[in-house]
Ligand binder design. Structure first.
Ligand SMILES: [Zn+2]
Length: 281
């Protein structure tokens, strides 16, 4: 499932190619991906120019003239691909055309932007700037934002009754983290995934924030983790998978102490951890 590093990778690639391009036709193949009826999605987009591509949490945010905001969430299996075309070339006849197209934005003669999603848990939502501002305000702080300091992070943990892994996955508390990087960061900080968020000492919570920032930054540098479906905007797989220390490694030796890594399921999600290195309830 794409998390902050995967979304950031897509955003950085699209920010290189999309600004300045104008939306021509919009093909809606899967209307259930949209937050409004296809016609009221299509009409404001056609003829608008893409101004900027940024990220908020796990959302790819396209700022368009009008002004309008198009927020794309990849859900579990979404892909947002830029397909460069020659003048007159049909993007559907290129080798990179995906097998489950949902929405296609034609962007003049130079290319097309296609959203594809096998399981269709993702979304394309169109907002006014004010509407997006409200939506964005519902999300927690960005973990890589330097204005989030160790003290504010620890204080937020103190107010919670959740296990720390659940806290990290709650997008209204901190934005962009999913199961993979939550578990990797908890391993780095030697915290059990089921430990109560409010049980963490200030010191331990600072180590956790450092672990989150380190693993997210390293994963961005490797262009994300591909377990199955995630692709960059150019259709490539991410390279961080072999660098995962704990996720998906049940039964393998802990890289810190050689104890076999264990898996526990809670809140309907697997958690991988080292029973020797990671303490807590
Ligand atoms: Zn260990």
């Amino acid at each position: 499932m794409p998390e902050l590093p995967e979304v950031e990778t897509v955003v950085r690639q699209l920010a290189e190619v999309l600004p300045g391009l104008t939306v021509g036709e919009v093909d809606v193949v899967q209307p259930d991906l949209l937050n409004r009826a296809p016609d009221s999605f299509r009409a404001p987009l056609v003829g608008s120019t893409i101004r900027a591509v940024t990220r908020r949490g796990k959302n790819i945010v396209l700022a368009l003239s009008g002004p309008r905001i198009l927020a794309v969430n990849l859900g579990m299996t979404g892909q947002l691909l830029f397909i460069p075309t020659e003048p007159g070339q049909d993007p559907k006849k290129t080798p990179v055309w995906p097998s489950h197209p949902g929405v296609l934005l034609h962007l003049g003669p130079t290319g097309a932007l296609v959203y594809a999603d096998v399981r269709r848990f993702g979304s394309l939502r169109l907002y006014s700037p004010e509407g997006w501002k409200k939506e964005s305000a519902r999300l927690g702080p960005e973990p890589l934002d330097p204005s989030l300091d160790g003290r504010a992070f620890w204080q937020a943990l103190q107010r919670s009754r959740s296990p720390i892994r659940s806290w990290l996955l709650d997008q209204t508390r901190i934005a962009g983290i999913g199961n993979i990087y939550a578990l990797e960061a908890l391993f780095r900080a030697e915290i059990h995934p089921q430990a109560q968020a409010r049980s963490l000492t200030k010191n331990r919570s600072e180590r956790l924030l450092e672990g989150i920032r380190a693993v997210l930054s390293e994963a961005i540098a490797a262009r994300g983790t591909t377990l199955r479906d995630y692709r960059t905007a150019s259709g490539d797989s991410g390279g961080f998978g072999p660098s995962l220390l704990i996720y998906g490694r049940e039964g393998e030796a802990c890289p810190g102490c050689n104890t076999p890594i264990q898996r526990v399921v809670f809140a309907n999600r697997s958690a991988f951890f080292c029973p020797s290195c990671q303490k807590g309830s």
